[in-house]
Write a new protein. Sequence first.
Length: 448
Amino acid sequence: MQTDANEALKYAVVAAVQRPSVNDTEFEASLAELRDLAKTLGFKVVHTFTQKRPGFDTTAYMGAGKREEIRRFVNNETGTDDALLEEAHGGNVVIDAILVDHEISPSQARNLENEIGCEVMDRTMVILEIFHRNARSRAARAQVEIARLGYMAPRLREAAKLAGPQGRQRSGMGGRGAGESHTELDRRKIRDRIAELQQEIIAMDAERKIQRSRRQERQGLACTALVGYTNAGKSTLMRALTGSEVLVANKLFATLDTTVRTLQPESVPRVLVSDTVGFIKNLPHDLVASFKSTLEEALDASLLLHVVDASDAGFERQLGVTDNVLDEIGATAVPRLLVFNKIDCLGNRAAQVEREVMLRERYPDCMVMSARRPDDVVRLRQMIVRFFQRDLVEIELLLPWSAQQLRGELYASCEVLEEKADVGGAIFRVRGDHDLLESLRRRFSQAS
């Protein structure tokens, strides 16, 4: 496992309860995903503890017997599997955290932490921490902070319990209210900070809308957005389609900030491609809400490229998660092209052909490809261009000799099929967006 040179390797165990409504395949897929999230966060998972129960233990998530088993393992005590202890602790390994594959209540987390003697991070906290570390833009950082603050607020009471009676009460001197508790003051600070961040996001949203409007005025409405499950290869595909130097990493949530680039080679109309944050099962609701402005690129797009990892046996689950999130943000009506990427990661050629045949039978209009194969990228680009050219019209435009300075704008705005000279100016037969061409016609006539 790769870690930063300045960051020591951390170790964790995973704990999960399988309820009767969850089948074995779904359960194992969720565990594998949590282990990938842990890797992204810099943890090496040394063991996974699972338990089948009709529901979560209301006190501390797992049953008492399983909690004792975890406690002995984490603290390297006798009474558990010696070979397992040797495998995990043989190199003086210290378990830094227990990662729980569900969102649990503050009291459950506190009780589990007290009983086992190790930091507890539930699935939501793991995702929030990854978002916090990876956010780069001002908007993304603000959105992540809102979600983190919303997650922390109900957990302040549990923190106050751990601090004891001396930490719960604060004098009115220097505070905002006489006899106000630490918890109440901290909660008010959180509410104030969230309100402040929300105002910042509103201002940034307005600024982004102006920028998008200006782009659309200059280049029409030819915008496509890459959406899909995290680690489905969207950034690699973005790089292949646009030639941009976007981050490409084999880890979950490598991309949090929306990137917009022009489809290359440039086409008529000029197509803008945007890469968006990846989706994941059980994405914290606060993150879905706070990231709506990031995902608005998907709402503004005329075409969504729904990217799916074709090599993942659980691709149908990924499809469902992405569809649900797109429904939540109101993107249901936006046309979509289903792109099964990473087919080359499936293994030998026979396995790839078998999976491709199955996908084409089940999803007749889909694209099965690898972003690392230039021929596949060319075919996808052609499909995108054809989509945006389906409503183009052909007309003739007269550009007066006195307005030849507008020639460059004409060539940039549409496809020139033919040019010939006339007494009054140059006559162009062009193909492009109807409204854009009519706008050019009016400007040319005003210039004569």
